[in-house]
Design a protein around this ligand. Structure first.
Ligand code: FO1
Length: 324
């Protein structure tokens, strides 16, 4: 058995992920690894809406891994109905954040359990079990960390910026309120400290809005730096464009060039290696890191599994190189 095959069959991996883009690679990884995968998910997007605790990136991860996700939007549930939204709109409630009828159950039950004293980690583990997900899905922290953006419209909570304002305001700074005093999810830290960890994969999520909040939780960056396994990141930028969402636009607004190299440099000091798309092959030489150039666009399930397999093989290669 080759080292790569052995890692594929025995190794444990940790993924850091935001919402839609990250969940796609998480699905590929989950297909190959099952319960040997731990996914640490951004909760900086969480907020209270209509009195309910909504955790969008956890929801997206759970729905994607259980094949319930709406394939058109990448969030929410497939074959959803919208009677609740229509009924509440009639009562004058703001309708900018759409909660589908089946999706609603997720938020009502989460809110009930949190109010009864369960942690977000426990509720998320319960949901993963209910939906038959073998991988561990973990919030980055059980404490509130909230992504707040400074914009030309003033300070906006993440969902106000992202959904209500459709990412139109110009961002000048990104803050993670509460991060300084947040405690990291202990199961996440334990997964990163495991002696037989084979790799850590930073998914192709928005580095500034989705991965940075995870890295802002005290202890997580330190655990990444301390772990023996290779840490790799996949660029969410392909040929200067984000596959989905405002990553490229935000990079420009923050005065950075929107390309894969900038993403790799953003993670400076954390990475053993970087994965970039074939379209950006020419930029690999600009990085002072080992690189894997492959197809990173994930349209089909096969694409997701192929990219996941390439990442796992790459981790195995990096481990072999480190042993020499
Ligand atoms: N995204 C939207 O663009 N519009 C919505 O109305 C919306 C509702 C929504 C409800 C529950 C949920 O879990 C996610 C939802 N999202 C919606 C997605 C989400 O806000 C963003 O994709 C993430 O926060 C960014 O990762």
């Amino acid at each position: 058995m080759s080292a790569g095959d052995k890692c594929l069959q025995e190794g444990r991996y940790v993924a850091l992920s935001g919402g839609v883009g990250g969940a796609k690679l998480s699905l590929g990884l989950a297909n190959l690894l099952g319960d040997r995968l731990t996914i640490i998910v951004n909760t900086g997007d969480d907020f209270e809406h209509l009195g309910l605790y909504v955790s969008p990136d956890i929801d997206t991860t759970i729905y994607t891994l259980s094949d319930l996700v709406n394939p058109d939007t990448g969030w929410g549930r497939r074959d959803e109905s919208w009677n609740f939204m229509a009924a509440i709109a009639q009562l004058g409630s703001p309708g900018w954040f759409r909660l589908g009828d089946s999706d609603l159950a997720m938020h009502v039950e989460r809110t009930r359990r949190l109010r009864a004293g369960e942690s977000l980690t426990a509720v998320t583990a319960h949901y993963a079990e209910c939906f038959g997900i073998a991988a561990k899905v973990l919030p980055m922290s059980d404490d509130p960390v909230r992504t707040i953006v400074d914009t030309d419209l003033g300070r906006l909570a993440f969902q106000e910026y992202f959904v209500r304002e459709q990412c139109r305001p110009r961002i000048s700074a990104i803050n993670f309120d509460g991060a300084v005093s947040a405690r990291p999810c202990q199961i996440a830290l334990a997964a990163l400290a495991e002696p037989n960890l084979s790799g850590v994969i930073i998914c192709p999520s928005n580095p500034y809005l989705s991965v940075d909040p995870i890295l802002a939780v005290p202890g997580i960056k330190e655990a990444l730096k301390a772990c023996d396994a290779p840490v790799i990141a996949i660029s969410p930028i392909i040929a200067g464009k984000a596959v989905k969402g405002p990553t490229a636009k935000i990079m420009e607004q923050l005065g950075r060039s929107a390309d894969a190299v900038t993403v790799a440099r953003h993670y400076a000091g954390l990475l053993s290696a970087f994965v970039l798309d074939k379209c950006d092959a020419g930029r690999a030489v600009d990085l002072m890191l080992p690189t894997l150039v492959t197809n990173t666009l994930m349209r089909s399930l096969d694409d997701k599994i192929s990219l996941a397999r390439a990442c796992l093989d790459f981790c195995a290669e990096l481990r072999k190189g480190a042993q020499r």
